[in-house]
Design a protein around this ligand. Structure first.
Ligand code: HEM
Length: 323
């Protein structure tokens, strides 16, 4: 679902991944993630002959080509459409409903980007913008199933907003989902979709008396940082109140960095929150969740994206209609 959402919003196209699990793009994205993770964890794969002899190199090249060819073909198709449009028609198009790609094509028309620049931007969005949100939604549902009193509060909030209606979600509705937002943040604290990221030190830097020389690479691990008992009471428990205003005010700004921080932080974080609130609030309008497997039995497996060790085996039940 998250892949369909990002395809539609960033490229204005669909791969219908929900019904089409076997779409070549879907398969290649999945395999690329696995191959890149192997490359990160096995340093010897960085030696080119080993990379190719183990078969990883060939697989990587193949799947990368599938993914970039797909994006390129969509960009070309959209570019042809874009050029066929008369200028006056284009000017009347509402920018708010344009896909990210349409906006980039306007920049190409103005000579500010070429086809390769656009492909890179679109691919980054596609890659960063779907596995992250689907992992986050999965871990949130897993947590809510194990904390029924929290789940009830989410349902109460959703009922108070929609009052049983199955109308679409508006921006105003999303703003009102304050408790659900706390749950999403708490789930990202315990299970950050991006479990680690790296930064190069650009100049000699001293932090707490320790020297970090220019040129070294620092790996930030939110998965560990977010469970630091100095900042979080009962750090392994799911407690959305960790994100109440008073608790947040008393905490170090970088104690919680699921979207990284600083100039290269995640530019999709607002989009991610909107998407997740929309999807999860739809779900709880109709269903409840429970599980017969203990919360802790699902281990967080840090790969490029934080994976659940046993998936998310949950029991879904229809709710009584809102009265
Ligand atoms: C819960 C969902 C998400 C999480 C936890 C997340 C997390 C992150 C993190 C930690 C980074 C920094 C990675 C690094 O420096 O290596 C990042 C970068 C980025 N994210 Fe997200 N992300 C999420 C959703 C999204 C979505 C939905 C989009 C697009 C619509 C997106 C687009 C990007 C882009 C383009 C970058 C690169 C920014 C740059 O390098 O300047 N992300 N994200």
């Amino acid at each position: 679902m998250a892949l369909d959402i990002i395809c539609e919003t960033s490229m204005g196209t669909t791969v219908d991944a929900q019904h089409n699990h076997d779409h070549t793009y879907v398969r290649s994205v999945t395999r690329l993630n696995e191959v890149v993770f192997a490359w990160q964890r096995m340093p010897w794969l960085k030696i080119k002959p080993i990379w190719y002899l183990t078969g990883y190199g060939g697989e990587y090249d193949h799947h990368l080509k599938v993914v970039t060819d797909f994006t390129k073909s969509v960009i070309r198709e959209k570019w042809d459409e874009f050029q066929k449009f008369q200028v006056d028609q284009r000017e009347t198009k509402d920018k708010r409903s344009m896909a990210f790609l349409d906006l980039l094509l306007e920049l190409r028309q103005e000579g500010l980007l070429d086809e390769e620049d656009i492909r890179e931007e679109v691919d980054t969005f596609m890659f960063e913008g779907h596995d992250t949100t689907s992992a986050s939604m999965g871990w949130t549902l897993w947590s809510l199933a194990h904390y029924p009193e929290v789940q009830e509060k989410v349902i109460e909030e959703i009922d108070s907003i929609f009052q049983g209606s199955d109308r679409d979600c508006t921006n105003d509705d999303l703003k009102q989902m304050k408790y659900l937002e706390k749950c999403l943040k708490e789930s990202l604290r315990l299970f950050p979709s991006v479990p680690f990221f790296a930064r190069n030190v650009e100049k000699d830097t001293v932090i707490n008396g320790d020297l970090f020389p220019k040129g070294v690479r620092i790996v930030v691990v939110p998965l560990i940082l977010h469970r630091n008992p100095n900042w979080w009471e009962n750090p392994n428990e799911f407690n959305p109140e960790n994100f109440s205003e008073d608790k947040m005010g008393n905490r170090h700004a970088y104690a919680d960095v699921p979207f990284s921080a600083g100039p290269r932080n995640c530019i999709g974080q607002k989009f991610a929150m909107m998407e997740e609130k929309t999807v999860i609030s739809w779900f709880f309008r109709k269903y409840r969740l429970r599980s017969n497997i203990p919360f802790e039995a699902n281990h967080a497996q840090p790969e490029i994206i934080l994976k659940p060790s046993i998936g998310f085996p949950l029991i879904v039940e229809h709710r009584q209609p809102y009265a």
